[in-house]
Write a protein that binds this ligand. Structure first.
Ligand SMILES: [Zn+2]
Ligand SMILES: [Zn+2]
Length: 510
């Protein structure tokens, strides 16, 4: 049932070829249907009693090795030569392996999966270690920063025209955990897609004559929506442009067409694709304030409307599309937060051409100058709001958060005070180059992830350093914010640009 719903609602995105991708089904109650487990791998609830958990796999490095894999059949090379394998993973604090042996592997087969052809492997333990080093301050109470869900990916070219089956595996060897407690690497959401172009802007050496600059090499044939936004309509779609190629009439972007909406970064990206739907989980509250008793998929958690004018209108139900802690918190791990995560119905107005505000002021240490209002100051690409660093009583709230860096406020609104590592971005941030867009401030300027360049966080950059707003400028991206893990103001240090007054739902602070 769940699988069928997702398949329908993500109709325009590349199809996930994995069966039972969220590990829900296990006829024998031991091994999830469609998967093979080896060594220290077990089907579990991936999380703790104080969290909203989903089924998945735990690889415990308190053993020597372990793996989870699935053989995906009926691959047709005609449907795209780029294979993208991704999954959501969470390394617990005591998970450790020797010689970097936490890996993703892709094996290629022909003759209906009976003839092994070749394999490709990517080691991902260094990413875990890097996150532990770079993001510790971002975690619960300033520790365990890497123990959050994030997406790991592996993209490869299909090597042979005869390939008809692909085995995808996540595994480890040289287990080096000194204790069984918190020794696992949790795994959820296996995804395998076939794409005609690389999602990372890579080129097939065979195509070297026509170098591509990204997944969408040019905006030819696209409709301009204003600012940095573009849309590639299907031939059957009734979306038209004026003589200048600018949108005429309105365009509503939903889960169904988000993959055709592009934002011009250093390449063309679609930040909202795969981020517009969310599960309203058992234990949350619905729009009317009623307790949800059964998980329900909400396809329109985020919708966008372009009108060929100056403003992007965003409707958001503010349901997180990633795991969360349980709220109200009765375990004490979230400061006994008494609020719920609730579905809402908010509208935000973003200028398509953000403009600097010459009168802009940045926050002082405790926002004594009221530079940022309390409550929402922007939103991540999954529609969940960013707050300034403070909760009621002007307490710095950046430490008391769940493992996806969020928690609900007294009005039952889930929000982030700092870099939400769990939010899906159009490409996975390995810290190897400038981070991707993860959201927008209400002044319309984009908010990027933490990295400015390979291995350098924007917060530490000495050339082109961030200003007190957490903003800097480059010729490709224009003015933009960065999140700054462990460093005030964490997300937005004040509105650098002009804000549509309709976004001040609670009014500016007096
Ligand atoms: Zn808060
Ligand atoms: Zn930057």
């Amino acid at each position: 049932m769940i699988v069928a719903l997702l398949a329908l609602s993500f109709g325009s995105l590349p199809t996930n070829l994995v069966s039972n991708p969220s590990f829900d089904l296990a006829a024998d109650h031991k091994t999830p249907d469609g998967y093979v487990l080896t060594g220290k791998a077990a089907w579990v609830w991936t999380g703790y009693a104080d969290e909203i958990v989903t089924p998945g796999i735990a690889l415990s490095a308190y053993g020597a090795d372990g793996s989870v894999s699935q053989m995906v059949r009926n691959i047709d090379p005609q449907k795209g030569k780029w294979i993208r394998f991704s999954f959501r993973g969470l390394p617990e604090d005591n998970f450790a392996v020797g010689k970097d042996r936490l890996y993703m592997k892709i094996d290629f087969y022909s003759k209906s999966g009976t003839n092994y052809q070749d394999s490709a492997e990517r080691l991902i333990y260094r990413e875990v270690e890097k996150d532990r080093r770079d993001l510790t301050v971002n975690g619960d109470y300033g520790k365990g920063g890497a123990a959050v869900w994030r997406t790991y990916e592996f993209e490869e070219l299909l090597p042979f025209a005869e390939t008809d089956s692909i085995k995808i595996t996540v595994g480890f060897a040289n287990g080096a955990s000194k204790t069984e407690t918190k020794s696992s690497f949790f795994i959820d959401d296996f995804t395998l897609t076939q794409n005609s172009q690389s999602s990372r802007g890579s080129t097939d050496p065979a195509d070297a004559k026509t170098p591509a600059t990204g997944p969408e090499p040019s905006t030819d044939g696209m409709i301009r929506l204003g600012g940095r936004w573009y849309y590639r309509p299907l031939p059957s779609e009734n979306v038209s442009a004026d003589a200048n190629g600018l949108l005429k009439g309105g365009l509503r972007v939903t889960e169904d067409n988000a993959a055709r909406l592009f934002y011009r970064d250093d390449r063309l990206v679609n930040p909202f694709a795969a981020n517009m739907g969310a599960w309203l989980r058992k234990g949350y509250l619905d729009l009317n304030g009623n307790l949800v008793t059964k998980d329900r998929y909400v396809p329109d958690n985020v919708t966008l409307t372009f009108n060929g004018g100056q403003t992007l209108v965003v409707r958001a139900r503010n349901i997180p599309n990633h795991p969360t802690a349980k709220f109200p918190d009765t375990y004490g791990t979230q400061g006994y937060n008494p609020s719920y995560i609730q579905e809402h119905d908010y509208t935000y107005y973003l200028p398509l051409e953000p403009a600097r505000n010459p009168q802009a002021i940045s926050m002082t240490a405790h926002d004594e100058n009221g530079a940022l209002p309390m409550g929402s100051v922007g939103f991540a690409v999954n529609g969940v709001v960013f707050y300034n660093p403070f909760d009621a009583g002007m307490q710095d709230a950046s430490s008391i958060m769940d493992r996806c860096c969020g928690h609900p406020s007294p009005d039952n609104r889930y929000h982030y005070h700092k870099y939400p590592v769990c939010v899906n971005t159009p490409f996975v941030d390995k810290g190897e180059s400038h981070s991707p867009v993860i959201g927008f401030a209400f002044d319309g300027f984009p908010v990027y992830g933490p990295y400015e360049s390979k291995g350098v966080m924007a917060r530490d950059a000495t050339t082109n350093a961030l200003n007190a707003f957490n903003v800097h400028y480059d010729a490709v991206r224009g003015w933009h914010y960065h999140v700054t893990p462990g460093k005030f103001p964490y997300i937005v240090g004040g509105y650098f640009g002009k804000v549509d007054m309709r976004n001040f739902q609670r009014g500016p602070r007096p």
